[in-house]
Design a protein around this ligand. Structure first.
Ligand code: C2E
Ligand code: MG
Ligand code: MG
Length: 710
């Protein structure tokens, strides 16, 4: 009682408080059961101020009812009481909830009593007379014990039922506990994981530096979180979002690590799928333009830093459109896939093959020793693409044209390098496809020139900027004009008179020669007919026919139709074909030429001597005239070789009963030489250049009687 009094005055309460007991009791509810009114009053007054809630009962029966009603954290009870004693009450409570802490205050001090109490599950006693401090400590310990147990139960529920994997390791990072989500995600059973370190999950996808940074952060901040690629027991790699925390003791030493992670593989896969679609071509699975540009700009940064070279290679399949149009898109797609595979096999690791779309591919060679390396790659891929493709029973043969630009020589930006490789590729197409061209600066101006020329040729046909000039052909024997060659002239609005040598080759390449050639034929026939109508003596008109024109479908029909339209007689039309045109596909040409012959049209071989004519064929070709190329005539009087060639051509023609015309005769000496060699006709500036139709008519009138030698 003294003791209680003393506490009431507050002496030792301070001591208690300094140990944190008083404040911690503020959240605890207590049921106090005591029949002795005096003790009950004093002790309840004391407890009321120190515990959270205090319930009071005067005997065991009341106590049991109050417990049922209020569910206090701790029960403090006397033993000897009327109606129901303390042990009976304790027995009843423990039956309903064995974890409720019960503290008995007792004057008994006998073994038999304690054994009974222990049997009931009562572990705490305060011997009467009650020392208040001792009682408070007992209440606190009991309350904490019960709460800790509850928390433990809660924690283990959370641990087990969490859908995130949880791993607890000790300070040496040895696994001491894992939950079932861990087992599910990783495939390791609890007993396989415990005793190991988390490195059993390592995938090898992260380097040493990654883990070092992770541990540095854990030690410094106490936690780390991020994405980690790990490996399941079955070897499968998966992605997890990992949070790592440390547990420290009161001396602030790490005692445990807690790792919590979720399997985010599906989310990552979805992300990757979207990323893939945005960066790869669906048909070939090659990087697309976006990814190529990305890699190219990375490569340029690197090349700049190391002062090294990089190459961009444009590849375009030749005549892919024809395959697509004739065999269908299905075969076209298969072909592109196969080409993609072959190209990929021509490069080294680190190089990129990409598809821009259609039949356009680009290869990036980011680290290049010398330009020769690019050349080697180009040759390899040209060779690979030209091997036959077997697709659904079709054997296909294709080729490719390749253009290359180099960093930094041909450009320093992604755009310039791509553009210049493209220009070089077009150059490769121009010069006959199935080859590789390196970009150089004048290609640029050439391609502009070309484009400008092409559009203006189209316009020139529409706007009638072309005119035919005529150059007379003179018979050696009579010195009379016996025919003429029609030569095209272009009155360009800005450039003035443009020579055919400048635009005929381009018109050939682009196919514009077809409408142009048709125009020439019609214009020549129309003019010839007009002269006849004007009363001029009929003369042969020779018209130049280009290879492409000659090979067009039903060229014979076209000529026939023009003659019909204009009324010009085929007997006065002569077609000039170059030696090389006639010698390629010579066998087929014989047929076409025979048709012209049958119509009465004469055939001349133009620029003779410049090609490599097969004399065997020459014999079989139904031609009428050989025109010795100007290059042999110009030096005929000085160069003995040229003289010998001219002489040989003349005598050969005579032996084959062909007429011989010498082109480009400019001087009297040349004329004399040709006369003694018995050349049949001459054409050249000595008599007249090509002139407009009107002027030609005057020329015929002047020279009508023939021009004498002197
Ligand atoms: P080509 O058929 O060999 O025509 C002869 C060329 O030599 C003409 O040049 C003519 O003006 C030139 N020439 C004639 N005599 C002399 C001479 O004494 N000295 C010199 N230096 N040159 C002489 P042009 O008119 O410039 O035509 C060049 C080429 O363009 C022609 O060579 C022909 O291959 C082609 N061409 C001209 N017109 C046509 C055409 O209507 N259709 C086609 N497909 N090609 C044409
Ligand atoms: Mg000619
Ligand atoms: Mg010629």
């Amino acid at each position: 009682m003294d003791d209680l009094q003393k506490n009431e005055e507050g002496h030792s309460i301070n001591e208690l408080d300094s140990r944190g007991i008083v404040s911690s009791l503020k959240s605890v509810s207590v049921l106090y059961v005591e029949d002795d009114e005096g003790i009950r009053d004093q002790l309840s007054r004391f407890l009321k101020r120190r515990v959270g809630t205090l319930y009071i009962a005067t005997n065991g029966q009341e106590g049991l009812e109050s417990w049922r009603l209020n569910q206090p954290d701790v029960v403090v009870t006397d033993i000897m009481m009327p109606v129901m004693d303390g042990l009976k009450m304790a027995e009843a409570i423990k039956q309903e909830n064995p974890t409720v802490p019960i503290i008995v205050t007792t004057a008994f001090n006998e073994t038999e009593f304690f054994l009974k109490a222990i049997d009931l599950g009562i572990e705490k006693y305060v011997i009467k007379p009650v020392k208040t401090e001792q009682l408070l400590v007992a209440i606190q310990k009991s309350a904490w014990g019960a709460r800790a147990e509850l928390e433990m139960q809660l924690a283990s529920k959370v641990f087990e039922s969490s859908s995130d994997a949880i791993v607890i390791t000790d300070q040496k990072n040895i696994i001491i506990a894992v939950n079932s989500a861990f087992c599910q995600i990783t495939g390791f059973a609890e007993n396989e994981a415990i005793g190991q370190t988390p490195s059993i999950l390592k995938s090898g996808r992260h380097d040493q530096a990654f883990y070092q940074e992770m541990w540095r952060s854990i030690e410094k901040d106490g936690n780390w979180s991020g994405e980690v690629w790990n490996r399941r027991k079955n070897g499968e790699i998966y992605a997890e979002w990992l949070t790592l925390n440390t547990v420290r003791n009161y001396q602030n030493e790490i005692t445990h690590y807690v790792a919590i992670f979720a399997d985010i593989t599906e989310r990552k896969q979805a992300e990757e799928h979207v990323h893939h679609l945005a960066h790869y071509d669906v048909l070939t699975d090659l990087p697309n333009r976006t990814l190529l540009q990305d890699r190219l700009s990375q490569a340029l940064i690197k090349a700049h830093r190391h002062a090294s070279k990089a190459a961009v290679m444009f590849i375009d399949l030749d005549r892919f459109k024809v395959i697509n149009d004739t065999l269908g898109h299905g075969i076209g797609d298969l072909l592109l896939q196969e080409v993609a595979d072959r190209l990929s096999n021509c490069i080294r690791e680190g190089d990129t093959v990409s598809r821009l779309g259609g039949d356009e591919f680009v290869i990036l060679l980011p680290e290049l020793g010398t330009p020769d390396d690019a050349y080697t790659v180009a040759q390899k891929l040209l060779n690979s693409v030209s091997q036959p493709f077997m697709l659904k029973g079709h054997e296909l043969h294709i080729s490719a044209s390749v253009g290359v630009s180099f960093y930094p020589d041909d450009g320093e930006s992604v755009e310039t390098l791509m553009k210049n490789a493209d220009i070089a590729m077009y150059r490769a197409k121009e010069i006959g496809r199935n080859n590789c061209q390196f970009y150089h600066a004048d290609m640029n101006s050439r391609s502009f020139e070309r484009l400008a020329m092409e559009t203006s040729i189209r316009r020139a046909i529409e706007c009638a900027q072309f005119e035919l000039y005529f150059q007379p052909r003179i018979a050696m024997s009579s010195r009379k004009i016996i025919g003429m060659e029609a030569l095209i002239r272009w009155h360009h609005p800005d450039l003035g008179l443009v020579s055919p040598a400048q635009f005929i080759p381009l018109a050939e390449e682009t196919g514009l020669i077809l409408p142009l050639g048709e125009w020439v034929l019609r214009a020549a026939a129309t003019q010839g007919q007009a002269w006849l109508a004007a009363g001029l003596e009929p003369l042969h008109i020779a018209v130049n026919v280009s290879a492409r024109q000659f090979r067009q479908v039903d060229f014979v029909g076209k000529v026939e139709q023009i003659l019909k339209e204009t009324g010009f007689s085929p007997d006065y039309l002569e077609l000039e074909l170059t030696e090389s045109t006639l010698m390629t596909h010579a066998e087929e040409n014989i047929n076409v030429l025979n048709k012209f012959k049958a119509m009465g049209i004469r055939i001349a071989i133009d620029d003779f001597g410049t090609g490599y004519s097969s004399l065997a064929y020459l014999k079989r070709l139904p031609v009428d005239i050989l025109k010795i190329d100007r290059s042999f005539i110009s030096d005929i009087t000085e160069d003995r070789d040229d003289a010998a060639i001219a002489e040989a051509i003349i005598s050969m023609a005579q032996s084959m009963s062909l007429r011989v015309v010498a082109e480009g005769v400019e001087t009297l000496e040349q004329l004399d030489f040709l006369e003694t060699r018995k050349c049949d006709e001459v054409q050249g500036f000595y008599y007249s250049p090509a002139v407009p139709a009107e002027q030609f008519a005057r020329l015929v009138a002047e020279m009508g009687k023939g021009i004498g030698h002197s």
